[in-house]
Design a protein around this ligand. Structure first.
Ligand code: UD1
Ligand code: CA
Length: 448
C-alpha cells in the first residue's frame, strides 16, 4: 500500500529555551528532524510532507538537505497538532493511500515498528507504549482492544493520569479519512488547541475501528527540554556503539567514542578511546583510529592509521596505508597511498602524492587573507621538517625541500630546494659574547 508521511515540525519548543527551532537541535550530529525522516523512509513513502512553522526557512533547508523531494508546508500559527497535520491536506490532495503522522521531536521510532503499524487493518491506528514514568504523555483510554480516546495530561483526571499506556504521537489512517476526522476537531481543551489526539474519539463516534500498536518506550522518547535532549543523545550513542560492535568494529572503550547518525565504519577497524566522529565520516575496514582524534566530513581507507591526537576536517581523503600522526590537522586534502604526515602539521587544500613524507611541523600556507590556494606534492617527495609551503605551489615527484624552507615557487621533480638563510659560523664568538654580557651585568649590579 502506498504511504505518505506527515512530519510535524512547526513548534518552537518553548521548553528548550532556545532560538533554534526544537526539531533542529542535533542528536548524533544531525538535526532531530533527520532522525524522524530517516525512520519514516523505511516505508518508502510516495510523499513526505514536513509541516514547518517556527524558523520555517531553517527547517525547510534541513528537510530538503535530507530529502530534496520532501514537500514543506507552512503552519503559520501553531494552533496544535491536528491543525499542523491539516496543513498537509493540499499537498496530499488526490492521495488515497495511508498517511502516517510522525513528530519531528520523536526521533527513535524503529523501522519494524512502523512496518507493524502498516499491517493493521483498523481504520485508525495509534502507536502506544507502556511508560514506567508516564509524566506528561497523553494517556490511551482502552475498552478491550479498541482505543476509545486519548486524553492529554493537562486535561486528564486523577484516574486517567494513573493510566500507564501512553501516546507516542505516531498515528496512521487512510489519508482521506485522516483529513475528514481532522476537520471535526475543536479546540475545546485546557490548552485551547486543535489536538490530533481527538481523532480516536471522533473515529469511535463514527463506529470505526481504532487500534493500538505497542512499541518499546525507548522508541517513543519525545524531546521537549535540554535535559531530554541530553538523554536522547546518550540513548543514540549507546545504540550506535552497540551497532558498531555488532558489525565487527573494535571499540576499546565504547562509552568514550562519539558517533554521528551517518558514521560508517568497516569491519575489523580499531577505534581507540576518546574519539569523536562528527557528521560525514566513513572509515573502511582494517583502519586504526587512535586515541583522542576528531574526525568530520572525511574518508579513511583500509590500513590507514590516524592519531593519536589527529584532526581530520571536511574534505580529508586518506588512501590506503596513509599515516596521520599526532597534532596533525588535515582539511580538504587528498593523501595518496602510503603518504605520511606524522607530526605537528597543517595540510589544507592540498594533494599529497603516494609514499611522500611530510616532515614534522610542515604547514601548507593556503590562505592569503582573501583566497584559499592549493598545494600539490608529487609522489615519493620528502618535505623537510618545518617547511612552509606557500600556496599556490607545486612540488614535483621525488623532490626534497630542506628543513626550515619557505617554499614560494614550484620545485621540479627530483630537485632539492633550499629556501632559508645559509648558516654562518664565527669561531670563538659565542664565548666572547657571553663574557661581554656578564661584564655588563656586573657593572650594573655595582650601580655604576
Ligand atoms: C504530544 C501529544 C501527546 C503525546 C506526545 C508524545 C498532542 C495533542 N499531544 O504532546 O499525546 O504523548 O506528543 O511525544 O498531540 N507541532 C506542530 N504544530 C503545532 C503543535 C505541535 O507542528 O501547532 C509539532 C511540534 O513541533 C512537535 C510535535 O508536533 O514536533 C509534538 O508537539 P508537542 O507540542 O511537543 O506535543 P506534546 O505536548 O509533546
Ligand atoms: Ca513533544
Amino acid at each position: 500500500m502506498s504511504v505518505a508521511l506527515i512530519i510535524l515540525a512547526a513548534g518552537k519548543g518553548t521548553r528548550m529555551n532556545s532560538d533554534l527551532p526544537k526539531v533542529l537541535h542535533p542528536i548524533g550530529g544531525a538535526p532531530m528532524l533527520h532522525h524522524a525522516m530517516r525512520a519514516g523512509s523505511v516505508l518508502a513513502p510516495e510523499h513526505t510532507v514536513v509541516v514547518a512553522g517556527y524558523g520555517v526557512d531553517a527547517v525547510t533547508r534541513a528537510a530538503l538537505a535530507f530529502d530534496d523531494e520532501a514537500k514543506v508546508v507552512v503552519q503559520a500559527e501553531q494552533l496544535g497538532t491536528a491543525h499542523a497535520a491539516a496543513q498537509a491536506r493540499e499537498a496530499l490532495s488526490g492521495f488515497e493511500g495511508r498517511a502516517i503522522v510522525l513528530f519531528g521531536d520523536t526521533p527513535f521510532v524503529r523501522a519494524e515498528t512502523l512496518e507493524a503499524l502498516m499491517e493493521t487493518t483498523a481504520d485508525v491506528t495509534v502507536l502506544g507504549f507502556e511508560a514506567t514514568d508516564p509524566a506528561r504523555y497523553g494517556r490511551l483510554v482502552m475498552e478491550g482492544e479498541q482505543l476509545q480516546r486519548i486524553v492529554e495530561f493537562k486535561d486528564a483526571s486523577e484516574a486517567e493520569r494513573a493510566i500507564t499506556l501512553c501516546n507516542s504521537g505516531v498515528l496512521a489512517a487512510p489519508a482521506p479519512l485522516l483529513f475528514d476526522l481532522i476537520a471535526e476537531v475543536q479546540p475545546d481543551n485546557a490548552q485551547g488547541e486543535y489536538y490530533l489526539t481527538d481523532l480516536p474519539r471522533l473515529a469511535r463516534a463514527r463506529g470505526l475501528d481504532v487500534a493500538v500498536v505497542r512499541c518499546a518506550q525507548d522508541e517513543t522518547l519525545g524531546i521537549n527540554s535540554r535535559a531530554e535532549l541530553a538523554g536522547a543523545e546518550a540513548q543514540f550513542q549507546a545504540a550506535a556503539r552497540a551497532a558498531l560492535l555488532e558489525d565487527g568494529v573494535t571499540l576499546a572503550a565504547p562509552d568514550t567514542v562519539f558517533l554521528s547518525l551517518d558514521t560508517n565504519i568497516g569491519r575489523d577497524t580499531l577505534i581507540e578511546p576518546n574519539v569523536v566522529f562528527g557528521p560525514g565520516v566513513s572509515v573502511e575496514s582494517g583502519a586504526t583510529i587512535r586515541a583522542f582524534s576528531h574526525l568530520e566530513g572525511c574518508h579513511v581507507s583500509r590500513g590507514a592509521v590516524v592519531g593519536p591526537y589527529a584532526r581530520l576536517r571536511p574534505g580529508a581523503e586518506l588512501a590506503e596505508d596513509v599515516r596521520v600522526g599526532n597534532f596533525v590537522e588535515i582539511k580538504n586534502a587528498t593523501l595518496a597511498p602510503g603518504a605520511k604526515v606524522n607530526h605537528l602539521s597543517y595540510i589544507g587544500d592540498a594533494s599529497i602524492g603516494a609514499a611522500s613524507n611530510i616532515g614534522a611541523g610542515t604547514i601548507t600556507c593556503n590562505y592569503d587573507g582573501v583566497m584559499k590556494n592549493f598545494t600539490h606534492v608529487g609522489e615519493r617527495a620528502f618535505i623537510g621538517s618545518n617547511t612552509m609551503l606557500v600556496a599556490p605551489v607545486t612540488i614535483g615527484d621525488e623532490a626534497i625541500t630542506g628543513s626550515g624552507s619557505v617554499i614560494t615557487s614550484d620545485v621540479e621533480a627530483g630537485a632539492l630546494a633550499l629556501a632559508r638563510a645559509p648558516q654562518v659560523e664565527k669561531p670563538g664568538m659565542a664565548r666572547k659574547l657571553m663574557d661581554m654580557l656578564r661584564a655588563k651585568k656586573a657593572r650594573q649590579s655595582r650601580g655604576s
